[in-house]
Write a protein that binds this ligand. Structure first.
Ligand code: CP
Length: 322
């Protein structure tokens, strides 16, 4: 019996959309990371441009706020020489009741080549990709820039790129992901990426109320005691407390959360001496991470942002067939 085809890959296995890291073959993930590596040096050149997407129209559709993802997608597209159109959602016709798919149809009528989409609804990017397929526009590509709690695949990829940059071999690593895993699309994407690449020890750490039910099914171990959970790990990934996604009180207070799950120098001392500290941003100092750790020598939080440009260049250029 034929298996269900991955909607992100064409019949030849070529990446045509990036919707999720779940189910993406390891070789595709490695190929994206390998493609990103030479792009990383373009930012250091005097002329920070290559012509790989010259003449392509990339539409940034951010229905939720963003600093890092929206800006680095724009920089990445411009470095690939694409034309970038940032739709001002607040001033667009979606605020007059136009549906998401009607907006997409209108932008396709303006000859869009690629949509980069952030949306509060899980599955929004999948919905657009299916709609483009159903309406005979399979040549228009979709990149998920974060959908609800579901996934943030380019963040997952830039996290993987950062880990590989500093630690080389996924198959010898212990990675601890700490905090609000329940609401985190970043955590979900990173867990899928790490397990696909063979990371033997992925741990999630947090209070019961902020860990998804049956998260062990994703191939991770669960810890509620942070000191015990980060002991001996190579990588500590801190997550933001996503108060905007919380329904009801899942925590006594942010002060109480910091006491038990905030990353301090004292707790970090339990990890390996050369462990790196990551955070996808936006970061809440004094809530999930202490300032001296966020700004300390083991923090790679700002390099993550820089690597994000190269990774997004790789994703867009591969999808566009450049
Ligand atoms: N990491 C991340 O998605 O940050 P932004 O919300 O600023 O894009």
């Amino acid at each position: 019996m034929m298996g269900k085809r991955n909607p992100q890959l064409d019949a030849d296995g070529k990446l045509v959309h990036l919707l999720t890291l779940e189910g993406l073959p390891a070789e595709t993930i490695v190929s994206i990371l390998d493609t990103a590596a030479p792009f990383a040096s373009i930012g250091e050149r005097e002329v920070k441009k290559v012509p790989l997407m010259r003449g392509k129209a990339v539409f940034n559709l951010f229905f939720e706020s963003s600093t890092r993802t929206r800006t680095t997608f724009e920089i990445a597209a411009k470095r690939l020489s694409a034309d970038v159109i940032n739709l001002n959602i607040g001033a667009s016709s979606t605020s007059k009741g136009e549906s998401l798919l009607d907006t997409i149809d209108n932008l396709v009528a303006m000859n869009a080549d690629m949509f980069v989409v952030r949306h509060g609804q899980s599955g929004a990017a999948h919905l657009i990709a299916s709609h483009l397929q159903a309406t005979g526009k399979p040549h228009v590509h979709v990149v998920n820039a974060g959908d609800g709690r579901h996934g943030h695949p380019t963040q997952g990829l830039l996290d993987l790129y950062t880990i590989r940059h500093y630690k080389r071999d996924f198959r010898a690593l212990s990675v601890a992901i700490v905090g609000d895993v329940l609401h985190s699309r970043v955590a979900r994407s990173l867990i899928h990426g790490l397990t696909t690449l063979g990371t033997p020890d992925v741990r999630v750490i947090g209070p019961k109320t902020l860990l998804p039910a049956r998260v062990e099914g994703m191939g991770v171990s669960v810890h509620h005691d942070m000191r015990e959970g980060i002991a001996g790990c190579d990588v500590v990934v801190m997550l933001r407390l996503q108060n905007e996604r919380m329904k009801g009180a899942l925590l006594p207070s942010s002060g109480e959360f910091f006491k038990h799950y905030g990353l301090t120098a004292d707790k970090l001392a339990r990890a390996k001496p050369d462990a790196i500290v990551m955070h996808p941003g936006p970061m809440n100092r004094g809530v999930e991470i202490d300032s001296p750790v966020a700004d300390g020598e083991r923090s790679v939080i700002l390099p993550q942002v820089t690597f994000g440009i190269a990774v997004r260049m790789a994703v867009m250029s591969m999808i566009a067939g450049a």
